[in-house]
Design a protein around this ligand. Structure first.
Ligand code: ATP
Length: 459
């Protein structure tokens, strides 16, 4: 965001901010999740997630039909046409859409009784007990509270930030003026956020303490539609550049809009437990800045030197969870592969640019000067890459260890190396081995793992 865009800058705002900020932003009154309890299992769920999971099952049926048809029609299969014309699939899609629309409308109107009715009509059962004995749906505020002050009597209620975005809004004018930024411009931030999630499950998908990477893009009112489309496309391009498969991503446009938004879409990723939100792109209008103006009594306006007018900018936001991105990459990269000889290997096919170790160097045996030579190679490569040395066990075992670590390259030093300064370099994904000169190693590794090569895919 910051390096490739000359109109986006970074910031590190505070985690604790004045409580009025959260009143102004709407979080005190409206940052709620609808919860429901099962009376038999005593388990608590998010009512909206129960319904969404029900729809995900319908989506899975659609995918099954698509896979079946793709097999039947072979190369002649046209997925788009199939989705539009197959009567059963069309029916499924209609059903899913109608359910989500009703859920969205009921949540928007805060009609929690209808959310419960929907759960009952769909005959959704508790995943733990199978029981359909539900309590009413209640709202639950997600902010963590704490106190500021030396004594209990004068302590002030504080909140841990549930998103990083508000830190950007309240610093908007400071940043704009000191960096002399002209609209359109963005402010980006990476930092911790805290939410008292009702159900924190599915490994690190949903946590109570997590890291967000957000960017607020300040624009002229009226241009939000264009910028919304622009950032949707730009962010999808960023995801696809990691090479984890186009079929694993989709947009999900929101039926229910948050109180601040006039358009919103999620980029969803196919996790092992189904398609789920990975990033949100939100058109937030001037809601946040106007609210902070009102609650602080200070102007938060941009002065346009060309038209000599002041206005409250509109905002386009991109918001992604760093931990959730980590889970995306790891869940997609970890594979069990059957080899030609019938054996299996565990391989972590991390995009090379993200692999924590770029290469491992092995001496074939622990004698004859091979370890010393391997360490010399490490000493040359370590200035550019994170490399490691391993001399334990047979080379095959060492390859397997690095496959599981996600290391893109293994370099083996043998007796021939002593004579002609060449080594074997093995590629993690193809397991192909090449004989190359030591002097070529840096170039070969660099080509694969270089940040620039990756970033330029987005150029
Ligand atoms: P959900 O509806 O799943 O609760 P949300 O729509 O409230 O999520 P946003 O407020 O849009 O999520 O947050 C932006 C991003 O922050 C999400 O796309 C996700 O990647 C990440 N995120 C949100 N909540 C959590 C959490 N509890 N744990 C990990 N990451 C999270």
């Amino acid at each position: 965001m910051v390096q490739l865009n000359d109109n986006i800058v970074g910031i590190d705002a505070a985690i604790f901010m004045h409580p009025t900020i959260w009143k102004a932003s709407g979080h005190v009154d409206a940052f709620n999740d609808p919860l429901i309890d099962n009376k038999d299992s005593k388990k608590r769920y998010r009512a909206d997630v129960l319904v969404e999971d029900y729809v995900a099952k319908i989506d899975a049926k659609i995918e099954k039909e698509v896979a079946k048809a793709a097999k039947r029609f072979g190369d002649a299969f046209d997925k788009k046409q199939f989705l539009e014309t197959n009567p059963r699939v069309v029916e499924y899609q209609k059903e899913g859409k109608a359910i989500l629309q009703r859920l969205g409308k009921s949540l928007e109107k805060e009609d929690l009784a209808d959310v419960k009715k929907l759960i009952e009509e769909l005959e959704i059962a508790c995943p733990m007990s199978g029981s359909k004995n539900w309590t009413d749906v209640k709202q639950f505020n997600l902010m963590f509270g704490t106190k500021l002050g030396a004594s209990a009597e004068n302590a002030m209620d504080l909140f841990l930030r549930p998103e990083t975005a508000q830190g950007i809004f309240v610093n908007f004018l400071n940043v704009q003026k000191t960096s002399r930024l002209k609209i359109p411009f963005g402010i980006a931030q990476t930092g911790k956020a805290f939410r008292n999630e009702i159900v924190a499950r599915q490994f690190i998908f949903r946590m109570r303490e997590f890291e967000q990477m957000e960017m607020q893009f300040f624009i002229q009112p009226g241009t939000q539609k264009e910028w919304y489309e622009y950032w949707k496309e730009a962010r999808m391009k960023w995801h696809l550049s990691l090479g984890m498969g186009e079929d694993n991503y989709r947009f999900h446009d929101h039926e229910k809009l948050a109180h601040y938004a006039d358009a919103a879409s999620d980029i969803e990723f196919r996790f092992p437990f189904g398609f789920k939100e990975l990033e949100g792109i939100h058109s937030r209008t001037d809601f946040d800045l106007s609210q902070h103006e009102e609650y602080s009594g200070k102007k938060l306006q941009y002065f346009d030197h060309e038209t000599h007018e002041s206005y409250v900018p509109y905002v386009l936001e991109t918001s992604i969870g760093l931990d959730r991105m980590f889970l995306t990459v790891f869940s997609n990269s970890l594979r069990e592969e059957e080899l030609e000889n019938g054996a299996f290997r565990t391989v972590l096919k991390l995009p090379a640019v993200l692999a924590p170790t770029k290469a491992a160097v092995f001496p074939l045996v622990k004698k004859d000067g091979l370890p010393e030579l391997a360490k010399e190679i490490i000493n040359e490569l370590k200035w550019d890459f994170n490399v490691l040395y391993d001399e334990k066990d047979a080379v095959g075992r060492r390859y397997r260890r690095q496959d599981a670590n996600g290391t893109p390259f293994c370099i083996t030093v043998d007796h021939q190396t002593l004579e002609d300064q060449t080594v074997t370099i093995r590629h993690r994904d193809t397991m192909e081995q090449q004989r190359v000169a030591i002097s070529e190693l840096r170039g070969i590794i660099h080509k694969e793992v270089d940040m620039k090569t990756w970033l330029m895919k987005m150029g």
